[in-house]
Ligand binder design. Sequence first.
Ligand code: T1G
Length: 716
Amino acid sequence: MILFSPMSPLVRYDVRERVAVITIDNPPVNALSPGVPEGISDAIARAASDPAADAMVLIGSGTTFIAGADINIFKTLKTRAQSLERSEAVHARLKQMEDAPKPLVAAIHGVALGGGLEFAMACHYRVAVAAARVGQPEVTLGIIPGAGGTQRLPRLCGAKTALELCTEGKPLGASRALSEGIVDQIVEGDLLDGAIAFALARAKAGERRKTRELQDQIRDRAAGLAACEATRAALAKTARGARAPFAAVDAIAAALALDFEAGSARERELFAECVLSHGSRAMVHLFFAEREVGKIPDVPKDTPVRDIKKAAVIGAGTMGGGIAMAYANAGIPVLLKDVDEAALGRGLATIRKNYESTVAKGRLTADAMARTMALITPTTTYEQFDDVDVVVEAVFEHMDLKKTTFAELAAATRPECVLASNTSTLDIDEFAAASGRPAQVIGHHFFSPANVMKLLEIVRGRHTSKEVIATSLALGRRLNKVGVVVGNCFGFVANRMLAYYMREAYLLLEEGASVPQIDKAVTDFGMPVGPFGMQDIAGIDVGARIRQYLKSVGKTRAEGPQSEVPDRLYEMGRYGQKTGAGWYKYEPGSRTRIPDPLIEHLAAEAAARRGITRREVQDEEIIARITTALANEGARVLDEGFAIRASDIDVIYCHGFGFPRHRGGPMFYADTVGIPKVLERVRSYREQFGDYWEPAPLLERLAREGRSFHASEQPA
Ligand code: T1G
């Protein structure tokens, strides 16, 4: 007999074999949206007095158990009092569940994440299917578990594992969760049948285990607190300014030092502090932004997606090799073509070296390496190209070469084959025309190293078909990338805006800041590496060649004064790490950056030539100039329609350049600073430095209308 809980249609109540089955039905991921927690409590109260039920099972309908609190709710929390009140209500609800008079078993399939795992831990037992995953990913949203997770989890699995789950935010597989004591049984066969049998056995034995009363795993408080200290020390190196991971450690330390009630109160305090922070607002923004990128206004959700069974990559250089690895890592057989055996040999040697270092780090077995490398087939001809579904061209950045290559590809491949280019600067439409079938041509702009970086800029040309765009988005997900669709302008979105970021870095150097100072200010801001360290990794020669090409077509990457220093380094053969010197010096075989007084000298000469009086530059100015340059150019990109949403730009910068997630991306950060303030900065820089600091029309419009980059984009 199926009955809906009197309160909520989102929770079903059903009695089977003397077990009350409480089913959450809130698609797509059974989030704890309003009505779900209430429905669960009502159903448990119903089962407690239901003579037909000796035990209870809590289970999710559809593909998963509970994926956590409804993240939309966080946006509604404005005050500390509001947050505390909400948490107190949830804590009381979970205690009530735990105090249920009959055994309550959580039956987990799909994921039990965040509040989902917390509800499961408030049950007396947890059973799961082998493919299930459990975790506390709250730090990825800039918060900590707020429903007792920091208090119950260490009681189940000990402080060390609880610290790992709550500070890294990565889920555990069911078998590890079993060995850690988080799950009590892996169910083979039907989950509900297994959970009912488990619950009945507990009822028969008269057993109910309240997680909050468990002590064994936290008895050795000294060891637990030492683990907290060690975690804090490790986070000091990795957290890059994010607060939530440290707050999670504080809450778990409270679980060790205080009793359950006091520890829970401490958790509520820390949760309130985090959930109201800019950091969390930024990371919640990114959560939804990463789900919005796949929605293209003129490409309907049901646009056919081609099945990609086999791929090919042209060019076995650094990018081509990394792209081939990305395909092989996704289990897609890939041809790797280069002009001759020697070039192929070099490319394959680099690929092998990359895999060997992954094996050496224990992140891949030798067998898996062999299986993956076997998916890469080297070739110097187009022979097998009539059998591939997508080709990614990664040859030298030269228009004539690209055009020739696309004409050859059109002849060598099937008409429906997707022809993608990894160009980072050249006009997609030009070589699309050369192919004779521009509808199949698209940009797949990977970021170096292509087998590691998550971002994939999907560049639509004037004639690219909707099917090819939809296929590219789906392919991006298969390659474990975040695909963002952008328009075809010079440098697309990522590199176009980056040119303004680098312009300011060069000019700040000439004005008196030093390379280490600028890089440190930017890494303190939260970037993984500063502009100069980044260029030494990517290669100063890459940027120099692009500037030379642009000069040949009468263009520059960014308006305004062009610093001579990077080109002087290029002329000196200082390309960065690969030549042992660039903006920094490097000991042979080392990646440690050594400041070089020569740069100061070059900067002083350049400043003198430009008639600049050098001065002391504050870190605040460095960050203000760089982030304002990004926001102003981002506003132009949006206005010109080369990015669909400001949040797409944020996703591009967080996944392409490691822009700190707790700042939300350059456009979200600009909203945090405030559009009027950003505009005011552009205008004051214009007065200070020159007309090249022209405010973007969108920035002026938003300031005039009192709007922000994102407010006008919030999904309804
Ligand atoms: N709240 C609201 N919406 C959610 C959601 C959530 N928790 N999880 C997913 N969605 C939406 C998502 O926006 C998308 O919507 C659709 O569901 C499908 O998601 C109290 C405070 C579960 C692994 O961090 O990691 O609990 O775009 O595209 O790839 O202590 O979603 O279709 O309109 O991601 O199959 C902790 C978040 C919350 C987990 C499924 N939980 N979700 O991945 O689908 S904080 C999380 C995920 C918390 C407690 C604290 C993934 C997924 P739309 P999707 P997927």
